[in-house]
Design a protein around this ligand. Structure first.
Ligand code: CP
Length: 312
């Protein structure tokens, strides 16, 4: 299958075939990171700009590592060190970057739709590394890769997503992605953190965490996004933990082989107990490892790679 897409902006626009191609390509990329010399010449001569207007550890580092493992030249610009602080607009900044002929621009921005806006105006490929509360497609893809590796399929699985659903772009992209791939998605969180109309994404809402995780194959815990919340949405972290935190006692009520995920960063002792985060159910660091492989696959595919067989 040819991958004809210039940009990766959200999960809505990716077809099932494209998602499968991305996950298959990521599987073939994974092996490169296990070699003694973790580098192939696939994207030699290509330039990748990492443009992060919001903080990031995993996404930014894994895109940078992915670009370097494929021999692309990658460089990074953040809001605080760019001319944004002098009043330059996003579009002017992007046009100036494009004048230097990058091939791929990776954008994280606090405004929903910012990567879509750039993609309309730039000839370079644009990959959304998280835009406001809207979408985080590369996180959803690495989450799907991780579940597919562990369970062999995404079809028919029950995925429980628990936490601050309203402010989570990870939740939104995973609801769309997993549902598209045939999983059954259940979301749960405090009513103050549950967006109206979330069922329109094809998911169901559970009244409490215990109902959500009952019979679940996967539990995905989310951080409370204090930086995006306006107003008073919960009493105390202690109370939040009591009602929505994933503890060892609670997890015993789930399936015996349930797997626990978290996109990070985690608030240990709030949405997830440390013994769960570090325990035998956790596949949180597998998610991080797969983040590099998925981002290598995306860079390769938007740069013109045709089939996963072409990587070597
Ligand atoms: N999951 C995620 O997006 O993490 P970072 O904010 O550290 O990139």
């Amino acid at each position: 299958m040819q991958f004809a897409r210039k940009d990766i902006l959200d999960m809505e626009t990716l077809s099932v075939e494209e998602i499968n191609l991305i996950l298959d390509t990521a599987e073939s990329m994974k092996e490169i990171s296990q070699r003694p010399i973790k580098k192939v010449p696939t994207l030699r001569g290509k330039t990748v700009i990492l443009f992060f207007y919001e903080p990031s550890t995993r996404t930014r580092m894994s895109f940078d590592i992915a670009a370097k493992r494929l021999s692309a030249d990658s460089l990074s610009i953040s809001a605080s060190t760019s001319s944004l602080v002098k009043g330059e607009t996003l579009l002017d900044t992007a046009r100036n970057l494009e004048a230097m002929h990058p091939d791929i621009v990776i954008l994280r921005h606090s405004r929903a739709g910012a990567p879509h806006f750039l993609a309309k105006h730039l000839k370079s490929s644009v990959i959304n590394a998280g835009d406001g509360i809207h979408a985080h497609p590369t996180q959803a893809l690495l989450d799907m890769m991780t579940v597919r590796q562990k369970r062999g399929t995404l079809e028919g699985l029950k995925i429980a997503i628990v936490g601050d659903i309203s402010h989570s772009r990870v939740a939104r992209s995973n609801c769309v992605g997993f549902t598209k791939m045939g999983s059954q998605v259940v979301v749960s969180g405090p009513p103050t953190m549950m967006p109206a109309g979330i069922e329109d994404l094809g998911v169901s809402v559970a009244p409490d965490i215990d109902t959500a995780i009952e019979g679940a194959d996967i539990i995905m815990m989310l951080r409370i996004q204090k930086e995006r919340q306006k107003g008073f949405l919960m009493a105390t972290e202690r109370e939040y933990c009591r009602f929505f935190g994933l503890t060892v006692e609670r997890i015993r009520k789930a399936k015996p082989d349930v797997l626990v995920m978290h996109p990070g960063p985690m608030n240990r002792g709030v949405e997830i107990a440390p013994e769960v985060a570090d325990g035998p159910y956790s596949i949180i660091l597998d998610q991080v490892t797969n983040g590099v492989a998925v981002r290598m696959a995306l860079l390769f595919l938007v740069a013109g790679g045709a089939r996963h067989a072409d990587v070597d």
